[in-house]
Design a protein around this ligand. Structure first.
Ligand code: KG4
Ligand code: ZN
Length: 358
């Protein structure tokens, strides 16, 4: 496409953030966030210790129009300036996805601009190109509340999933451990805080799949071990809680470090001569001990570690707008009857192009 600058409105509603953003992609492939508005529903879900799909969907309905208007205002742009409308079309909580996708369809139709139905994971995968202009190929480690996976990103639309969790996502494991210990939601930051004061050696928690060659994760056994330890030590003192958190986090760090090392080795084997790049995304990347461990392992394999700014690592509209821009400049747009998808693996052959019925 010859156009020098492409401006995309991106909408994200697949979980508990109602988000919209305006992103520009320049002709040279660099990107720029013009606005990025995120309204978290944390307070609405807090009492339930997790995200309630029905509440999430209703809240997206209530807020999305305002958030889109705010995104345009903050960028000082109007609909006439937009070249395309991108929205998360899956995977995620279907009620929320329907709200965002339907809104995007309506806007695209009204302003006579293309719709880009974006895979949420593709949004995470391509963010480092927006923030750090990272060239292909690179290895993505996505660790969020919903996903824990390694993906080889070869190009836009060309993804190979190398490993995933066989049960809980890592952020989910943090949240469940926090819930067992009555630390509140979301659990990741709370567990991290308590772990700082704890003795990581007191409880010997399992390091699931550590000895296996596969790049998959499993966190449910670890979670059960934490529950049993907490039950055995009850009633828990502050020291017990801190030691359990520290033990849990150190098991997670050991597993991540080992898996990342294996994944980087595979990258070196399969793509000889390519500079090794490891991109990390997802809320769990905010954890400092995990970040330090990833730095260490990247250093061991002479890999470049790229961690986009945290507000773009967690769910947001800018990553969806950017993925939309990357696809639009390649001529990849979607029909207005594109169906929302609760499940949509990133490495599926059908990345949605021209999809009508899901
Ligand atoms: O990417 P994200 O904001 O939302 C999605 O799940 O898509 O990730 C949220 C997850 C939650 O499970 C939260 O507990 C976890 O990231 N998290 C953390 C930390 N901050 C957030 N986990 C560990 N340590 C943290 N500091
Ligand atoms: Zn996400």
């Amino acid at each position: 496409m010859s156009q020098a600058r492409t401006i995309i409105l991106g909408i994200e509603t697949s979980c508990d953030e109602t988000a919209a953003a305006i992103v520009a992609r320049n002709g040279d492939g660099t990107g720029h966030v013009l606005s990025n508005i995120v309204r978290t529903q944390l307070d609405e879900h807090k009492a339930f210790g997790g995200v309630v799909p029905e509440i999430a969907a209703r809240s997206h309905v209530q807020w999305l129009d305002h958030i889109v208007a705010q995104a345009l205002d903050a960028a000082d742009l109007g609909y006439k300036d937009i070249d395309g409308v991108a929205a998360t079309a899956g995977p995620g909580l279907i009620g929320g996805v329907l709200v965002g996708l339907t809104t995007a369809k309506a806007i695209a139709k009204a302003i006579h601009k293309p719709l880009i139905a974006v895979n949420h994971l593709e949004g995470h995968a391509l963010t480092a190109r927006l923030t750090n202009n990272v060239p292909f190929p690179f290895l993505l480690l996505l660790v969020s509340g919903g996903h824990s996976q390694f993906v080889l990103v070869r190009d836009v639309g060309n993804y190979e999933r190398w490993g995933t969790t066989i049960d809980d996502a890592l952020g989910e494991a943090f949240d469940k451990v926090a819930k067992m210990l009555n630390l509140g939601f979301p659990g990741g930051p709370k567990v991290e805080e308590w772990a700082k004061k704890g003795d990581a050696k007191r409880f010997k928690f399992p390091r699931p799949l550590l000895k296996e060659k596969r790049l998959d994760f499993s966190f449910s056994g670890l979670k059960t071990a934490v529950r049993l330890a907490a039950e055995a030590a009850a009633p828990l003192s502050d020291k017990d809680v801190a030691d359990i958190c520290a033990g849990f986090q150190s098991a997670v760090v050991a597993v991540l470090q080992k898996r990342c090392g294996q994944a980087l080795e595979r990258f070196a084997d399969e793509l000889p001569g390519e500079p090794i790049r490891l991109v990390v995304a997802g809320g769990v990347a905010a954890n400092q001990e995990i970040g330090d461990a990833l730095h260490k392992v990247a250093g061991q394999y002479d890999a470049e570690l790229i961690v986009p700014p945290m507000n773009l690592c967690t769910d947001n509209g800018a990553m969806i707008a950017w993925a939309g821009a990357e696809r639009l400049v390649r001529g990849q747009v979607d029909k207005s009857n594109f169906a929302a998808r609760p499940r949509w693996p990133l490495d599926s052959d059908d990345m949605g192009l021209g999809d009508a019925h899901g």
